[in-house]
Every structure is written in C-alpha cells, then in structure tokens.
Unconditional design. Structure first.
Length: 644
C-alpha cells in the first residue's frame, strides 16, 4: 500500500473533531417548581390586567372600534371579513353589568392582551426553563407601547394575538412530545377559530410547517393524525356561518346584506377590497418597503429590541429549533407582511393603520426576549456567583427598567378620558337639522355616529348614509329597509353607479348635511356646499347666503362645539384625533377665507369696508390657530393679508 493511500485510510478511520457548541446550561437543570411558576404567572396576569384596565378607554374611539362595538352589542355583521368570533365573544362581554356598553366590549381587549402576556410567560418558562426568563418576556411585551395601546380599545387584534400565541405554544409543546397527539388536534382547531376572528393568523403557517417537517417521521407513521388535524382546522371555521344567521335577523348594522353562500364567501374573501390587498385606494398604496419593514422593529422600542437580539442569539445557540420556529413566525407576520402590504406609511394615519398588524409578530417573538436573562451566565466561573443568581440579577434589572418605562408612558397611553370620537360625532349631528339626512364620507364620522344612533339612540331622527358604500346595491337595500322615508329610486349612487345628483334630487325636500366632498361631478352647477361648523349643508345653487349669515351660523355651531385639545392630540397612536382637530380649525379658516375674498373684491371700490373685512378674516384665522397652532393654511393666510 502506498504511503498516500495509508494516510487516506487513517483519515477515514479517525473521526473529525466536531465544532464545539455553547454548553446548554439549562438542560442540566430541572424545570423550576411549577407551583412557584403558577403563582408568579398569576401575579403577571394580575399586573397586566390591572395596567390595561387602569388605562382602557371607557368610550368609543376613532377607527373601526365603534363599528365593531356596534356589531358586537347588536349581533350584527361588521365589514369584511365579518369577524364573527369577535362579534359573538364581544356580545357576551356586552352583557356584563358594569359601566357603559362601549367599555364592556373594550374589556374583551383588556382580557385578551392580558391573557396573551400570560401565554408568553408560560411558553418562555417552559422552553427557557426559567421563571425569571418568563417574567422578563411577559413584562417586555406587556409594557411595549404599541401592544399596550391596542389593549385599550375594542378591536379584533388582541383576540388575534391571544389565539396566535396559544397556537404557537401548543405546536411547540407537541414538538417536544409528539406522542401527545391531542396537541396537534387542538392547535389547528384554535387556528381555524382564529381565522374567523382575523385572517392574518394564517401567516403563522410557515412556522407550523417547519415544526411538522422536523417531526415528519412521526407524521408519516401516524397519517391519521394529519387528517384529524386538517379536519379540526375546518371545524374551527364554523363560526363564519354565524354571519348568515346574523344577517337573516336584519340587525341595525348588516354589512353586505348577506343572503346566501355566495354572499358569505365574497364577504369572507373581502372581494370588494381585493382579497389579497390590505388597501385598494391608489392614494394609499406605494412608498418604501424598507421603511415599512423598519417600522416593525422600531415599534418594539430600544430596550425590548436590544433584549430580543441578545435573547435570540442565546436561544439560537442553546435551543436552536425553538429560536428558528419563532423567528419564522415573526418574519412572516411582521417584515414579510409589511413588505407585501404595499401601504404608503409616509402619513401618520396610514402608519397607524399598518402598525396594528405588527402586534401578532411581536407576540410571536416575545419569548425569545426572555432568553436574554442567560447572557451573564458565562460569567459565573469568573465571579464565583451561581448562574441562577446572575440570571435573577439581570432579570430584576430588566424588570425594573420595564416598570420605569411603564411609568413614563402611562399618561401618554392612558385613554380613560378619551371621548374625542363621541364629541366629534355629537358636534356633527348637532349641525344636522331635525329629520335631516347626514352623508358621512369616511369611517371616522360614520362609525361613531352609527354607534351613537344604534346603541344609545342619539339623534335617531337623522338618517345617516355612509357614502363610500352608497354605490353598492346591498347598501341601498339596507337603507330602504331601515329608512323607508328616504327616496331611493335606483340601486346605487356615485362612482360605478348612478350619478350622485340623482340621489340629491330625489331627496331635495329634506335638509342634507355632508361631512366630506361630493362623490362625483354630477352636482356641478346644481348644488353647492354651505359651511356650517365642521360639516356642510348641501344647498341648490339658487339658494345663496350672505356673508353675515355664514358668520352667524358658524359662530353658533362652533361656539357649541367640543374640539380636542392639543394634549389629547399630541399622543402616540392617535392619528385620527389630529385629523379631527384639523376639521375644527378648517371650519374657522373657511369663514376667514370668505371674508378675505370679499375684502379683496372691495379694495378698489370700498377700501374702508375692505380693511374691515381683512380685520375680520384675520380674527377667524387667529381663532383657527388657537384651535390648532400647526394649521399651515391659517398661518399662510395671515402672512398674505395686507399689513395695514
């Protein structure tokens, strides 16, 4: 045998040295005392619940919340995909004999996010084998401003986070004990139930598939388990049938007027919006995908992000499959979704709309934050201190930091006294004449008014029409049923339907108020918008108004209005409130603009009257800035007025 061949033979016989991995210091330790873990978990639950309860909104707020609250209280049908699970559970909460109806439904969010924090604690305790790690992970999630803020309003996202975190926990437990087949049945059933609350829970699918692939040998040996799991997922979708039941009752709010399976499928698939699109209005799409992805991480906050990085690195070295599992879940529910959403987040409002979808990704990745408490264990031999002591020291330091952050953010996130949406809707309704028609051009006005009229019977003499869906035949049918006094000669008005002017002509005998703009050009040279406070009265072109009448009507409307204060507006996660404040400032600006235009026309023929007009315009502009100092239009108007 040649020397080269002998060397090759020795190399084959001699095992290659394997790269050393970091020792898993935890696997040598037993799972901490479960009784202690349960007691600590109860304290975590109580603390999270108390924090959210103390700062939860007692009234309706801007966004989808008033509509979802109304659907829950009245067992109606919300906008696509319908959210039947939220509606049914929200109805149960609405029966609680406490406070007002809006707060009762909000309490569902409080409970769900507090429970999500507990699930994160339990998952971290189980897989990090540390009570301290569980407490840090739970505290980090509970005090994260974005997560905290959505614990305080009635929305579908907290329930989605709870179900999503539970599904991830159950699947991880099954990975550790594949012989416990029931876990693989309950998890897809919970996922199916979750789909009837919010469909983004389906984005956890890739992470679940990763675990199934790791346990493929078991699944190939037990194919019936796969069939049972698939069946459980389908059974979980049954609550969608409740939408047809609810619609058949003809509730006060029934989006879509669902009449059969085809209507139900279209509603669930969101065909009106575009099934795979988050937004479908051209003005709202586009922008930088990198900015959207970065927003997923910046929403975490610097402290939690730092701990997440450290914890992920440690978990990757010691519990690699679990770290990979959660990172996949985070990647698809967070950055991947942000990239795909194609929402232009250059405006605070659209950023706020997208940020809600980051909650599930933050809940998914939260357990890895807890692994950061092991970062100092490597110092144990050098310091002579026990690894457990170092772990608890770091956990205590982190916990104190989260308590301090909670104290700093408390007043900014507190929504106990938030009634801006109610005041705004009441101010709009106050401008509508008795038995008049209110045309609501956006969710921000339509949904609060819907709640006030349907739940609290406020100004039920007013017929409210939601302009964005007025072109839809189903909505016209709903209007005919609910408001037989409203003249509806066709099956849709506005874009893609009959001219909007036809609707106004048919109801010309009733006073009509609009918040927003005309929906098409058919009203040109036929109707005009007469400003009245933060709304407009639609008048025939022949019905003019004097400047004194305009000033008198707006003085009366605005003096009785209740605009938000700067304190209420300059808070995180409240973009709608800032837009509402703009509406109030704009009302003052419009009157000043009319005086300025009139004064410009009189400068040559009546200079004294012109100077008086400019002075009056200046006072209205200054009042606009007193309401909203950042209102750029009023600032520019003051600068262009004559100086003398």
């Amino acid at each position: 045998m040649s020397q080269r061949r002998r060397r090759a033979t020795r190399a084959q016989r001699t095992p290659r040295p394997q790269p050393q991995q970091a020792p898993d210091l935890r696997k040598a330790e037993p799972l901490p005392d479960r009784r202690i873990a349960i007691v600590v978990g109860a304290v975590v639950a109580a603390a999270a619940f108390a924090l959210y309860l103390a700062t939860a909104a007692r009234d309706i707020v801007f966004g989808d919340s008033p509509e979802l609250t109304t659907a829950a209280i009245t067992l109606g049908v919300a906008h696509p995909p319908g959210y039947p699970l939220f509606t049914m559970v929200g109805w149960l909460f609405a029966q609680l004999p406490i406070d007002g109806p809006a707060f009762r439904v909000t309490l569902l969010s409080v409970v769900c996010h507090a429970a999500t924090v507990v699930v994160v604690y339990a998952a971290t305790y189980r897989f990090a084998r540390s009570v301290a790690a569980g407490v840090v992970a739970a505290a980090a999630l509970a005090t994260e401003p974005l997560f905290w803020s959505w614990s305080l309003v009635a929305e579908v996202f907290p329930l989605n986070d709870l179900i999503g975190a539970t599904v991830l926990f159950l699947v991880a437990l099954w990975h550790e004990h594949p012989e416990r087949k029931g876990l693989l049945i309950v998890a897809p059933f919970a996922a199916g139930i979750g789909m009837t609350n919010h469909q983004t829970i389906g984005l956890l699918g890739p992470a679940v598939l990763y675990v199934l692939w790791r346990r493929r040998a078991f699944l190939l040996a037990e194919p019936r388990v796969v069939l049972y799991a698939a069946a459980a997922l389908v059974v979980g979708l049954i609550p969608y049938a409740e939408l047809l039941i609810a619609a058949s009752r003809q509730p006060v709010w029934s989006w879509g007027d669902l009449r059969g399976l085809g209507d139900l499928v279209a509603h669930v698939l969101r065909t009106r919006y575009g099934t795979t699109a988050l937004v479908n209005e051209p003005a709202f799409v586009g922008g930088s995908a990198l900015i959207r992805i970065a927003a997923v991480f910046t929403a975490l906050g610097p402290v939690q992000f730092a701990l997440l990085v450290v914890g992920t690195v440690y978990a990757w070295r010691t519990e690699r499959w679990y770290a990979t599992y959660l990172v996949i879940a985070f990647a698809f529910t967070g950055p991947a979704f942000a990239w795909y959403s194609n929402v232009d987040v250059s405006t605070p409002l659209l950023l706020g709309v997208l940020q809600r979808f980051f909650l599930l990704s933050h809940a998914a990745i939260a357990p890895l934050v807890g692994f950061a408490v092991f970062a100092l264990r490597g110092l144990a031999p050098r310091t002579g201190l026990s690894p457990r002591l170092l772990e608890r020291a770091l956990a205590s330091f982190a916990l104190l930091g989260f308590v301090a952050l909670a104290a700093l953010n408390f007043s900014a996130l507190d929504r106990r006294d938030d009634n801006v949406a109610r005041r705004y809707a009441m101010d709009v309704l106050a401008t509508v004449k008795q038995n008049g028609v209110l045309l609501a051009g956006a969710d921000a006005i339509a949904f609060p008014v819907l709640y006030l009229q349907a739940v609290e019977a406020v100004r039920v003499d007013v017929t409210t029409v939601f302009l964005p869906v007025l072109p839809e035949a189903w909505y016209v049918r709903e209007l005919r049923r609910a408001h037989p006094d409203l003249a509806l000669t066709l099956d849709g008005y506005g874009p893609r339907a009959a001219p909007f002017r036809v609707f106004l002509d048919a109801n010309r005998g009733r006073s009509t108020t609009i918040v927003g703009d005309f929906v098409d050009d058919s009203t040109k040279n036929v109707y005009w918008l007469y400003p009245r406070g933060i709304a407009f009265e639609i008048r025939p072109i022949a019905q003019s108004a004097t400047l004194d009448e305009l000033a008198r009507d707006n003085e009366a409307a605005l003096s009785a209005s209740h605009p938000p204060t700067r304190t209420e507006v300059d808070r995180p996660f409240r973009p709608w409130e800032r837009l509402a404040l703009t509406d109030y400032a704009s009302a003052y600006y419009r009157v000043g603009s009319e005086y300025e235009n009139a004064a410009n026309n009189l400068r040559a023929s009546a200079p004294d009257a012109a100077r008086q007009g400019f002075a009056t315009a200046k006072s209205w502009y200054e009042r606009a800035l007193a309401i909203f100092p950042d209102f750029a239009q009023a600032t520019a108007a003051l600068q262009r007025l004559p100086k003398s």
